[in-house]
Design a protein around this ligand. Sequence first.
Ligand SMILES: [Zn+2]
Ligand SMILES: [Zn+2]
Ligand SMILES: [Zn+2]
Length: 122
Amino acid sequence: MGGGTEAFPDLGDHCQHDDCHQLDFLPFTCEACGKIFCLEHRTYRAHGCPSADRGSRTVAVCQICSAAVEKEEGEDDESAVSRHERSGGCDASRKRSGVECREKKEKPGVVSQLPSPPIKGY
Ligand SMILES: [Zn+2]
Ligand SMILES: [Zn+2]
Ligand SMILES: [Zn+2]
């Protein structure tokens, strides 16, 4: 790379955000609305994506088995998770409990105890 000039029309694209329009060499295409945005405006929120509701697939995380449950349109986290539980796909044994591992790591009582030297002077 290097030696960049202004004469490469094929490289990059202009952000289609109304207040931006900056030329971005690594533009992002919004999966929902198909428009092109810079890094800053690539999220649905940043460009107020009109198609985000249809295009974005959000997931809810089950607290029991840590599974990511895909939410259906208009569904909130709670109902998505309860649907997942009802479907029988919930398996608590699959959940990785990082807490237990961390507790086991700590080994108490291995600290070698040096005899404290007699306090001299003072
Ligand atoms: Zn932008
Ligand atoms: Zn969009
Ligand atoms: Zn679950």
